[in-house]
Design a protein around this ligand. Structure first.
Ligand SMILES: Nc1ncnc2c1ncn2[C@@H]1O[C@H](COP(=O)(O)OP(=O)(O)OP(=O)(O)O)[C@@H](O)[C@H]1O
Ligand SMILES: [Mg+2]
Length: 248
C-alpha cells in the first residue's frame, strides 16, 4: 500500500511562497492502476517527484507499506515524458543499465533483459541505438528499462505525451496488456481524460493550484480492455463526466 498522506508543497518565487499542493491525501492499493488528471501547472509532476523521494514535501508523508519514503529507492520506477534513454547505449544495454549497476550475475541480467525485450516487442531491435528507433519504440525501451529493475510501483508522468495519436493509442494498449500481465501498482499522470479512463481503475481529478483532489471516479469498465472500448457509448458518457469535472 502506497499512502500519500496530507502532502503540501510550497515553492518560493522572488521571496514569495506559493502553495502548489494543498493537503493531498490519497491511498493507493497494491496493484491498483490510478490516473491523475489536472490542469497544466497544478502540481502533478511535483507530486510525482515527492512520491519518488526526489523532492521533499513541505508537510505530510509518503508511506510505502507503512514506512516513510524520503529518498529514491528501488521500489519505485519512474517513466517521464520525453525519451530519457542513454544515446550511447543500444537497446539491450539501456535495458541492462540498472541491472549492471546492481552487480547481478550476468545470467540473471541476460534473462531479465530478454524477458523485457520480448514483453515490449523489441526482440529484433536489441542492437539498435535510440536514434534509430521510432518515438513509441524509444518509450517502450524506457518502460522496459524501468520494469527490468522490478519496482513495486511505476510512476509515469505523461509518458505518451510526445507521441502522435496513433502511436499513443498503441502504447495505451501495450501498457494495459503489460499491466494485466504484471499487475504493478501504477500512478499515471496525464492531461488526456480518455487516456486516463482507458487505462486506470480510478481517476483522480485535481483542481488548479493550490491543488486539491476535486473528485475521484471509479472506472467501471472490465478488463482486459481493448481499443474497441473507446468507441462505446458507455466509454464516451463516462469520459464526458470526468472531462466535465476537469474543465469546470
Ligand atoms: N523548482 C521549482 N521552484 C519554484 N516553482 C516551481 C518549481 N517546480 C515547479 N514549480 C511551480 O509549481 C507549479 C506546479 O508545477 P508542476 O511541474 O508540478 O505542474 P504540472 O501539473 O506537472 O504541470 P504540467 O501539466 O504542465 O506538466 C508551477 O506553477 C511551477 O511553476
Ligand atoms: Mg508535469
Amino acid at each position: 500500500m502506497l499512502e500519500i498522506s496530507n502532502i503540501s508543497k510550497l515553492y518560493k518565487h522572488n521571496d514569495q511562497w506559493s502553495e502548489v499542493i494543498k493537503d493531498v491525501t490519497l491511498p493507493i492499493a497494491d496493484r491498483e492502476f490510478i490516473a491523475i488528471v489536472g490542469p497544466s501547472g497544478c502540481g502533478k509532476t511535483t507530486l510525482l517527484k515527492i512520491l519518488a523521494g526526489l523532492l521533499e514535501p513541505s508537510s505530510g508523508k509518503i508511506l510505502l507499506d507503512g514506512k516513510e519514503i524520503t529518498a529514491p529507492g528501488k521500489d519505485l520506477g519512474l517513466v517521464f515524458q520525453g525519451f530519457t534513454l542513454f544515446p550511447w547505449l543500444n537497446v539491450w544495454e539501456n535495458i541492462a543499465f540498472g541491472l549492471n549497476i546492481r552487480n547481478l550475475k550476468q545470467e540473471e541480467v541476460v534473462k531479465t533483459v530478454n524477458h523485457y525485450l520480448t514483453v515490449t516487442g523489441l526482440k529484433d531491435f536489441a542492437e539498435y541505438f535510440p536514434k534509430d528507433l521510432s518515438g513509441g519504440m524509444q518509450q517502450r525501451v524506457a518502460i522496459a528499462r524501468t520494469l527490468a529493475n522490478n519496482p513495486k510501483i511505476l510512476l509515469m508522468d505523461e509518458p505518451f505525451g510526445a507521441l502522435d495519436s496513433q502511436t499513443r493509442s498503441q502504447m495505451q494498449e501495450f501498457l494495459t496488456r503489460l499491466w494485466e500481465a504484471e499487475h504493478k501498482t501504477v500512478v499515471f499522470v496525464t492531461h488526456d481524460v480518455n487516456e486516463a479512463v482507458f487505462l486506470a481503475d480510478k481517476v483522480y481529478v485535481f483542481s488548479p493550484q493550490p491543488t486539491e483532489i476535486k473528485k475521484v471516479f471509479n472506472v467501471p469498465f472490465p478488463r482486459p480492455r481493448t481499443h474497441a472500448l473507446k468507441r462505446t457509448k458507455e466509454f464516451f458518457d463516462f469520459s464526458n463526466q470526468v472531462a466535465h469535472e476537469f474543465e469546470q
